[in-house]
Design a protein around this ligand. Structure first.
Ligand code: HXC
Length: 516
């Protein structure tokens, strides 16, 4: 064969391989309202940056006539490229090939890019649209999955791992995404569950659709398993591109810097008037975040789950920060089991990837009640405490109003190695709220009074004047500075500059034992 012919043959082979299961299956994929594996990569990566690997790799199965059904690439497209000019690795399940099911070869292709991502210190993004284990391959497929799981665990905290769910993810297939740092789901065509509606019906007699059982909205609101949800795939991939800009390439890199037009000493007079005089009145903590962060931009994570705490990414003077904030607008910003776990995992992500954590605090305490106690709020609250205590990145707290009791200790207090605690003049920092405290310590006096109701109100007022302010804590050094709200942005940026070379550590050990 001539050289020209060989080149032509190669080109033909590449063109054919890129069609995956073929035009008929591509059309079917589009009819289902889904994009193909390659169309997704095109949306995710910078234009023309994708370099594909293992395009000609096929499966090795010879059961059930599979030896006659070999398709180049075998159900997954893998490779690397760039997002905003920075290297990322990617794998994208190809539903047009045996429903994107996972064969041993598919597993090997994924493992290869996982290892490349770890060796070269770059994020890895998995795009999931798969019928699960390749049924014809049996246990080989299970082995393939498990090797992926192992790498998910080994490289957790080494390179950021991101999952997009844009089709089915059922059975054990959900565990790789669950082990990654962030999950993005699209509404309608994506679902994640361990057992599907049919098995649910057989075992528990419940009638439920796939969407209700494991769709994007279910995981965004009820389980918190998805961190981001979108109406269409295009916006989902744009979302991943945004997230990647906030995070470093690996655990040895510093926080990314993105130049913008905001100024470090910008002040916002409105902040001085944002917290209501009445301590029982709610307000929206997000207004504070939008005011303080660069360009008013905040990428919220798990927006619809445990909304009493807000987590997400922003920038201060161009540098990424992780934000954890109580939300007085939702359940008065109280800490419960779900919000504690939500924030704890986020704090650990930021710490693993050298992203400073800014905590905005307005917390009346932990949520009382049998529901929470029986649900294990003790161990869930301890997770947040553990995460903050362990974190060695720069950690700054701004107390906007309430900082009461155990919740005050947990929310990045100075004693948990918080670097700075700033308090607004509206802060109330004490062991408990004036109402509860007065009922306990003045019980005898109130009981013996001629007018117990009036006496209680008086005592509450006395307690509030004496303790419900930032100055007692500041006089003892538990607060570094009481600041005017309007200069908070400036103060945070100065503090972060000072902490830029912070070094802190934890005792040498195999690993801690976070209360799971
Ligand atoms: C082999 C599969 C497959 C699989 C789908 N296909 N799943 N081939 N192994 N797991 C094939 C179908 O035969 C079909 O081929 C093509 O992919 C498209 O599938 P459709 O059923 O036409 O698509 P759709 O109607 O969209 O339904 C998608 C689906 C359904 C809901 C995912 O295909 C399905 O239920 N698949 C089986 C899911 C499953 O039980 N997987 C194993 C789970 S056990 P043709 O050529 O006919 O078009 C598991 C254990 C993992 O995953 C444990 C890890 C630790």
């Amino acid at each position: 064969m001539s050289r020209e012919r060989k080149i032509l043959e190669l080109k033909e082979k590449i063109e054919k391989a890129k069609l995956g299961g073929g035009q008929k299956y591509i059309d079917k994929q589009h009819e289902r309202g889904k994009l193909t594996a390659r169309e997704r990569i095109f949306l995710l990566l910078d234009d023309k940056s994708f370099e594909e690997l293992d395009l000609f790799k096929t499966h090795n199965c010879s059961d059930f006539g599979m030896e006659n059904k070999k398709i180049d690439g075998d159900g997954i497209v893998t490779g690397y490229g760039t997002i905003h000019g920075r290297l990322v690795f990617v794998y994208s399940f190809d539903f047009t090939v045996f429903g994107g099911s996972l064969s041993k070869s598919v597993g090997e292709k994924i493992v290869k890019v996982q290892e490349m991502a770890a060796k070269n210190g770059a994020p890895i993004i998995g795009i999931n649209d798969s019928g699960g284990a390749r049924i014809q391959e049996g246990v080989d497929s299970l082995a393939g999955y498990t090797e992926i799981f192992l790498n998910n665990v080994l490289y957790s905290g080494v390179v950021p791992q991101i999952s997009a769910i844009v089709g089915p993810a059922a059975g054990g297939a959900v565990y790789s995404p669950a082990l990654t740092d962030f999950i993005f789901m699209v509404r309608k065509s994506a679902y994640m569950f361990l057992t599907g509606p049919k098995i649910v019906k057989t075992v528990t007699h419940e009638d439920i659709t796939a969407e209700e059982l494991g769709g994007a909205d279910t995981h965004a609101t009820k389980t918190g398993i998805t961190h981001f949800s979108y109406d269409d795939e295009k916006s989902l991939f744009a979302g991943i591109r945004d997230l990647v800009q906030y995070i470093p390439q690996n655990n040895l890199e510093n926080t990314p810097f993105l130049e913008n037009e905001d100024t470090p000493n910008r002040i916002d007079e409105e902040l001085n008037y944002l917290v209501p005089d009445n301590p029982h009145k709610p307000y929206d903590m997000k207004k504070i975040l939008y005011s303080i962060l660069d360009m008013g931009e905040f990428m919220e994570v798990q927006k619809y789950y445990a909304q009493n705490i807000i987590i997400g990414f922003g920038r201060l003077n161009g540098k990424s920060v992780g934000v954890v904030a109580n939300q007085p607008n939702y359940m008065a910003g109280v800490l419960d089991s779900n919000s504690s776990v939500k924030a704890a995992r986020f704090v650990r992500f930021c710490d693993a990837f050298n992203i400073p954590i800014i905590t905005f605090e307005d917390v009346p305490g932990f949520m009382p009640g049998t529901n929470q106690e029986f649900n294990g709020i003790i161990k869930h609250g301890a997770k947040l405490l553990f995460a903050y205590a362990e974190a060695t990145v720069p950690k700054i707290t701004v107390i906007t109003r309430k900082g009461y009791g155990g919740a005050f200790c947990v929310m990045n207090s100075k004693q948990l190695r918080g670097d700075f605690s700033y308090a607004w003049p509206s802060s109330e920092i004490a062991v408990m709220g004036p109402e509860g405290a007065s009922e306990i310590i003045f019980r005898k006096e109130i009981k013996e009074s001629d007018n117990p109701g009036e006496k209680l109100t008086k005592k509450i007022q006395e307690y509030r004047e004496k303790f419900a302010n930032p100055y007692v804590a500041a006089s003892k050094g538990y607060i570094d500075e009481v600041i005017e709200p309007k200069i908070t942005r400036y103060k945070l940026i100065k503090a972060l500059e000072m902490l830029a070379n912070k070094r802190d550590n934890i005792p040498v050990k195999k690993h801690g034992n976070i209360p799971l």
